[in-house]
Design a protein around this ligand. Structure first.
Ligand code: ASP
Length: 596
C-alpha cells in the first residue's frame, strides 16, 4: 500500500474544484486522461467520476514530481498533492474546472495501465460491442458514468418518497420462484437436491406482493430485478429493474395520486420540470381510436380519423370496398404539412414502416386547391364524397392524407407507426416536452385467433370493473379491467391494476384463460388458498426503472442506464455469459445436454 494513501486523504472529487478553492493545499487521486509537455511544463488532466482537474507540473522547484510526471501515460492511476492556483489568462470556459489548476508539489504513480482498446472520453464512436467487452473502461467515460450517479440519486429519492413519506414497507421477494409461465418464458434454475425439479427466476413478484397484502403489510415497495426469457426485440433486456408497488384498501384513484406525486418529484429533482397534476387520463378505447395504440405520444396531435362509417355502403367509392365488405375498417392520418413528404416517402418509406404491422399498402392523396385530390385514391372518389371527407378531416390545400384499410389491429398498428414517423419528420417530438397520461379501462382479455383462446391483457390477477363481473360468464371479450398504464412521450413507464381479491373470481378467470381446475391448483394453489384467508381489496403497479432513467437521461438505449447490460442476443460480452458448464455440474443437477 502506498504511503500516500495512508498519509493523505483526498480533499474532494476532481471535477468540483472552483476559484473559491484557490490557495488550498489539496490531495487528488485519479486516472490520467491526457498529458502534454509544453516546453518543460507538463500538464495532466486527472479524471474521476466527477470530471477532471488540470495538474501543472513545473520542472522547478518540484523537480521530483516533474520527473514522475514525465513518465505517466493514459489511464495510469496517480496521486498528487499541491496548491490550487488560478489559470490566469489561460482559462478554459468549456469545463467546470477551467478557471483553476493544481500546481503539483508531489506526484506518485499508484498503478500503471495498458493502452486501452478505445479512448476514454466522451463522444467516441467506438463500436458498441467493443465498449461492452471492456465495459469497466466504458464506465470511466463521464457521459456514461454520470447516468449511474443519477440512477443512484433517483433510487435514493424513490426510497425516501415511498418508505419515509408515504409509509410503504420495503420488502424482498424470492429470486428462486415457482415456474408459472403465462406471459413470457421463464429462466429456469435446476435443483440439485430435488432431481428433475426447477426453480424459475421471477418475471415479476406479482403473487408474492399480493401475499404481502394478505399478510397485512398494507403498503409494499421493492426495487427488484425481473427476468424474462423473450426473443429480444429492439430495446429489451433479459433482466431489468422494476419499482414494484402494492397497496391495500385502494381504488385506481389512490394509485394515481401516489404515482403522480412520485413522478412530479423525480421530474422536478432531476430535470427541474414542473409536472402539471393531475396527469390527464384516457381510456384504452379512446387511445386506440385517436392514436391507434395504447401508449400514445401526446407531445403532438395528428389524431387518426375513422372513416369506416362514412365509407361503408358508398357504392361510388370502391377503393376500400373489399376490406369493408369483410368487416374491416378504414382510418386516415391527415398531415397538414404534407408538402414535406416526397414521392419516395409515399411509395417506399411509409409502406415499409407499415409493413411489419401487417399493412399491405398505404394509400394516399394530396390535397390541392379547392379540395381537389391527387394520387392513387383520388380517382375512386366522387366529388360529393371527397367534400364530405375533406370536411370530416378538416383538410386544406397542401395537406396529405394517408389511408389504411384492413382489420382493426392492422390499421391501428400501422397508422400508429406512421403517426410517429411523421411526427418525428415534422419535428414534433420536442425533447423538452413531457406529455404524461394514464391509459385506463383496458380490456380484461385478448383473443388469440391462432391458438383459439383468451389471454389476460395485463395479467390473470387483474380485477374486472365492478360493473363488469357479470359479463365474465357470457361475454369475456367485452369485460373491461381495472387496469392502467402510465405513459410518457409514447413510452410505457409502467402498468398495474386493482386485483381480484376473491378466490372464486380468481378461479373463474383462470378457467377463462384455459387453465383447468387441476392446472390452476398445481400452478397457483398456494395463492388461491391464501385468497380464502381474509384478503383486503388491493392493487398496485410496477414502473420500469431502466426505462424511466433512459427518459430522464435522454439516452438512446437501455444499455446506457444499465451498468452491465446484455446484448440483443442476451449475452454479456465482458464475462462471456452465458457459458458452458462442465459435465460434473450437469450430473449434479440431474440433467444432461441434448446432443444434436
Ligand atoms: N406485475 C406487473 C408487471 O410486471 C405489474 C403490476 O400489475 O403491478 O407488469
Amino acid at each position: 500500500m502506498s504511503a500516500f494513501i495512508t498519509e493523505h486523504k483526498r480533499s474532494q472529487l476532481n471535477g468540483l474544484y472552483r476559484p473559491a478553492d484557490i490557495g488550498r493545499q489539496v490531495t487528488v487521486f485519479g486516472w490520467v486522461q491526457s498529458y502534454r509537455d509544453h516546453g518543460g511544463v507538463i500538464f495532466i488532466d486527472l479524471r474521476d467520476r466527477s470530471g477532471f482537474v488540470q495538474l501543472r507540473c513545473e520542472p522547478s522547484p518540484w523537480a521530483e514530481a516533474h520527473k514522475v510526471a514525465d513518465t505517466v501515460r493514459s489511464e495510469w492511476v496517480v496521486a498528487a498533492r499541491g496548491e490550487v492556483i488560478s489559470r490566469g489568462s489561460n482559462v478554459n470556459p468549456k469545463i467546470p474546472t477551467g478557471e483553476i489548476e493544481i500546481a503539483v508539489h508531489e506526484l506518485e504513480v499508484l498503478s500503471e495501465a495498458q493502452t486501452p482498446p478505445f479512448e476514454i472520453k466522451d463522444g467516441i464512436d467506438t463500436n458498441e460491442n467493443t465498449r461492452l467487452t471492456w465495459r469497466y473502461l466504458d464506465l470511466r467515460r463521464p457521459e456514461l458514468s454520470k447516468n449511474f450517479v443519477l440512477r443512484s440519486k433517483v433510487m435514493q429519492s424513490t426510497r425516501q418518497y415511498f418508505t419515509a413519506e408515504h409509509d410503504f414497507v420495503e420488502l424482498e421477494t424470492p429470486i428462486l420462484m415457482k415456474s408459472t409461465p403465462e406471459g413470457a418464458r421463464d429462466y429456469l434454475v435446476p435443483s440439485r437436491v430435488h432431481p428433475g425439479q426447477f426453480y424459475a427466476l421471477p418475471q415479476s413478484p406479482q403473487t408474492f406482493k399480493q401475499l404481502f397484502m394478505i399478510a397485512g403489510m398494507d403498503r409494499y415497495m421493492q426495487i427488484c430485478r425481473c427476468f424474462r426469457d423473450e426473443d429480444l426485440r429492439a430495446d429489451r433486456q433479459p433482466e431489468f429493474t422494476q419499482l414494484d408497488l402494492e397497496m391495500s384498501f385502494v381504488c385506481p384513484e389512490d394509485i394515481y395520486t401516489i404515482l403522480e406525486g412520485y413522478a412530479a418529484r423525480i421530474w422536478r429533482e432531476v430535470l427541474g420540470f414542473e409536472l402539471q397534476l393531475p396527469i390527464p387520463r384516457m381510456t384504452f378505447q379512446e387511445a386506440m381510436d385517436k392514436y391507434g395504440c395504447d401508449k400514445p405520444d401526446l407531445r403532438f396531435g395528428l389524431e387518426l380519423s375513422d372513416l369506416t362509417a362514412l365509407l361503408k355502403d358508398r357504392v361510388e367509392f370502391r377503393v376500400f370496398a373489399d376490406v369493408l365488405g369483410r368487416g374491416g375498417i378504414v382510418k386516415a392520418l391527415y398531415l397538414k404539412d404534407g408538402g414535406q413528404f416526397t414521392r419516395k416517402d409515399l411509395d417506399v418509406t411509409f409502406p415499409q414502416e407499415a409493413a411489419p404491422h401487417g399493412a399491405k399498402g398505404v394509400a394516399w392523396a394530396r390535397v390541392a386547391a379547392n379540395g381537389e385530390w391527387s394520387g392513387p385514391v383520388a380517382k375512386g372518389v366522387s366529388e360529393a364524397l371527397r367534400q364530405e371527407l375533406n370536411a370530416h378531416m378538416g383538410t386544406a390545400e397542401g395537406g396529405l392524407l394517408l389511408f389504411c384499410a384492413d382489420k382493426p389491429s392492422v390499421v391501428n398498428a400501422s397508422l400508429a407507426r406512421l403517426r410517429l414517423v411523421a411526427g418525428e419528420r415534422l419535428g414534433l417530438m420536442d425533447k423538452s416536452k413531457w406529455a404524461f397520461c394514464w391509459v385506463t379501462d383496458f380490456p380484461m382479455f385478448e383473443y388469440d385467433e391462432g391458438e383459439g383462446r383468451w389471454y389476460a391483457m395485463h395479467h390473470p390477477f387483474t380485477s374486472p370493473r365492478q360493473d363488469h363481473f357479470a359479463l365474465l360468464d357470457g361475454d369475456p371479450g367485452s369485460v373491461l379491467a381495472q387496469a392502467y398504464d402510465l405513459v410518457v412521450n409514447g413510452v410505457e413507464l409502467g402498468g398495474g391494476s386493482i386485483r381480484i381479491h376473491r378466490s372464486d373470481v380468481q378461479q373463474k378467470v383462470f378457467g377463462l384463460l384455459g387453465l383447468t381446475e387441476e392446472e390452476a391448483k398445481q400452478k397457483f394453489g398456494f395463492f388461491l388458498e391464501a385468497l380464502k384467508f381474509g384478503t383486503p381489496p388491493h392493487g398496485g403497479i410496477a414502473l420500469g426503472v431502466d426505462r424511466m432513467l433512459m427518459l430522464l437521461t435522454g439516452s438512446e438505449s437501455l444499455r446506457d442506464v444499465i451498468a452491465f447490460p446484455k446484448t440483443q442476443k442476451a449475452s454479456c460480452l465482458m464475462s462471456e455469459t452465458p457459458s458452458e458448464v462442465d459435465a460434473k455440474q450437469w450430473a449434479e443437477l440431474h440433467i444432461a445436454p441434448r446432443r444434436a
